[in-house]
Design a protein around this ligand. Structure first.
Ligand SMILES: *[C@@H]1O[C@H](CO)[C@@H](O)[C@H](O)[C@H]1NC(C)=O
Ligand SMILES: *[C@@H]1O[C@H](CO)[C@@H](O)[C@H](O)[C@H]1NC(C)=O
Ligand SMILES: *[C@@H]1O[C@H](CO)[C@@H](O)[C@H](O)[C@H]1NC(C)=O
Ligand SMILES: *[C@@H]1O[C@H](CO)[C@@H](O)[C@H](O)[C@H]1NC(C)=O
Ligand SMILES: *[C@@H]1O[C@H](CO)[C@@H](O)[C@H](O)[C@H]1NC(C)=O
Ligand SMILES: *[C@@H]1O[C@H](CO)[C@@H](O)[C@H](O)[C@H]1NC(C)=O
Length: 469
């Protein structure tokens, strides 16, 4: 029914990509709100032929009329690279649905790819400009095969679930995964131990910065920050790009090597490193210092961002990945909001392939809110005058082609002409045989999944009345 159009651009074999922070650059420029000779620009251009567009199916699970369609568009692929575009698009569609991320909801999605050739390979001429943008409709641009799936699934989280960030330093914290205060927590039903909540996990962010600065070997880049000295452990998060070896860069706290190690899997791409340090920061001033050691990386090596988080002791902060409680998140203005898990969710840790329970529930509600559980119903007159009514449902629960590891069930009730009598013989059956004198009947379909605990809008139930045809 509803078509969401998602754009992305993938182009492999690119070197030296300095990826922008995924959601930090929302393009809000104006496009067509000017006039040509007194006629609105778009109207003045109506006689221009549209660009050629070839749409191919990637993963199709049912009729577009009752699925959420995701269309990947390429940009920067030439006519000669058409096959590569469709391969890249299929890689991405598979990557974000194959046993992870969108796997559970895959039966209600269709993935398509739309190809329109570019005259030239625009990316190769702008190697350093790879940035991710988020918005509605989604327009994601990435030039990196590593970061491609990472950015797509995170941005799809924003646009499909309608949630904001969970990482620190963002601007927007809204939706099912964000609480402004402990009195307005939308995921109470997912608390791992409700008897302990609301308990704010004890943590603090003494410094966060986005220097986006090229590093050089003549001078270190450093900054000081202050710790209250009342926490037990801390984490240093650093994002850098343009480095190709651990020996390229030294990261120090208070003159001591903090233990940064390059991730070979990402090459020169920007990568966010988390260095957990199981010791307390002493009260008072501290210095964090970045020193480029390899002269050959000058002009490429970039310090993008860093932050320090401090944590209370085991009683005060729960590091258990699946623990759902109240974790403080600090915005770019250091305003505190709360999120459900520490770093389980890909809305916080973009390298995670999974959503937290609150986001998964939001994903189901958002998707099913746009769809109907019943694709259609067919009626077939039988020789004896009775009618065989058969429901085609969204292929979930037992109707899944590929089972998922979660409990799901359909409850199906058929009602007679009066609308209240349940035709018990056909309960939970997708077909019913209706007697010769039946003129109308009703169906109530309920979908249940353990991944949804609160459905206040009632999107997991559909009730219909039908006339016998
Ligand atoms: C998805 O892509 C990433 C990076 O390219 C890769 O490491 C990962 O194994 C892929 N996962 C799946 C399920 O395809
Ligand atoms: C954020 O606020 C907390 C509490 O006031 C403070 O301890 C911390 O240093 C601040 N962090 C930054 C980056 O301003
Ligand atoms: C080297 O880096 C330091 C620290 O970022 C900066 O202040 C300085 O201007 C840089 N020098 C050159 C020659 O780029
Ligand atoms: C009914 O829905 C099924 C999918 O559930 C589809 O295959 C079929 O074509 C649809 N039939 C009609 C008549 O629309
Ligand atoms: C119908 O299915 C639901 C969900 O599995 C189940 O709870 C219920 O007991 C079933 N009803 C009958 C009559 O089998
Ligand atoms: C109705 O028809 C479908 C196939 O057309 C069949 O699978 C089903 O068993 C029939 N239902 C009944 C109740 O006879």
């Amino acid at each position: 029914m509803n078509i969401i159009i998602k754009n992305f651009l993938v182009q492999a074999a690119i070197t030296s990509i300095a990826l922008g922070q995924f959601c930090e650059h929302q393009w809000e420029g104006k496009f067509a709100d000017h006039e040509v000779d007194g006629v609105p620009y778009l109207q003045a251009r109506q006689d221009v032929a549209p660009p050629p567009l070839e749409i191919r199916p990637l993963i199709v699970n049912g009729p577009s009329s009752n699925r959420v369609d995701l269309i990947f568009f390429g940009d920067g692929y030439t006519e000669d690279e058409k096959d590569k575009f469709f391969d890249d698009a299929l890689f991405l569609a598979n990557n974000i649905t194959d046993g992870q991320t969108f796997f559970d909801v895959l039966p209600v999605l269709n993935f398509w790819a739309g190809f329109s050739p570019s005259k030239e390979n625009s990316l190769l001429t702008s190697e350093k400009s790879g940035v991710g943008t988020g918005g509605k409709p989604l327009d994601v641009t990435t030039a990196s095969p590593n970061n491609g799936p990472v950015i797509i699934r995170h941005e799809l989280g924003h646009s499909i679930i309608g949630v904001g960030e969970e990482y620190d330093g963002g601007e927007v914290y809204t939706g099912v995964n964000a609480a402004k205060s402990i009195d307005s927590v939308p995921w109470k039903q997912w608390y791992t131990d409700a008897s302990k909540e609301p308990k704010i996990q004890r943590t603090n962010m003494p410094i966060q910065a986005y220097p986006w600065t090229l590093l050089n070997t003549s001078q270190s880049w450093s900054q000081t920050f202050t710790s209250a000295g009342t926490y037990s452990t801390h984490l240093l998060q650093v994002s850098v790009s343009g480095v190709t070896a651990t020996s390229d860069l030294l990261v120090e706290i208070d003159g001591k090597d903090a233990g940064w190690e390059w991730n070979p899997a990402v090459g020169e791409d920007r990568y966010i490193y988390n260095i957990k340090r199981d010791e307390a920061l002493a009260p008072g001033e501290h210095e964090i210092k970045f020193t480029l050691l390899n002269e050959e990386r000058q002009g490429s090596a970039q310090l993008c961002s860093f932050e320090v988080l401090e944590y209370g002791d085991e009683e005060e902060f729960n590091f258990e990945p699946r623990y759902h409680g109240l974790y403080p998140t600090f915005s770019y203005k250091n305003v505190t909001s709360y999120r459900p898990t520490n770093d389980l969710c890909l809305m916080r840790d973009t390298y995670s392939a999974n959503f937290c329970d609150a986001c998964i529930e939001g994903l189901w509600l958002s998707l099913l809110g746009r769809l109907k559980l019943i694709d259609n119903i067919t009626q077939e007159a039988q020789p004896d005058g009775s009618t065989n009514a058969t429901l085609n449902l969204l292929p979930l629960a037992k109707l899944r082609q590929v089972p998922n590891p979660h409990e799901e069930a359909y409850t199906i009730l058929w009602y007679g002409a009066d609308g209240t009598t349940v035709l018990k013989d056909w309960t939970n059956s997708t077909t019913a045989l209706l007697g010769p004198d039946t003129t109308e009947f009703g169906v109530e379909v309920r979908f249940w999944t353990e991944q949804v605990r609160v459905d206040s809008a009632g999107v997991l139930v559909q009730k219909e009345r039908y006339s016998v045809e």
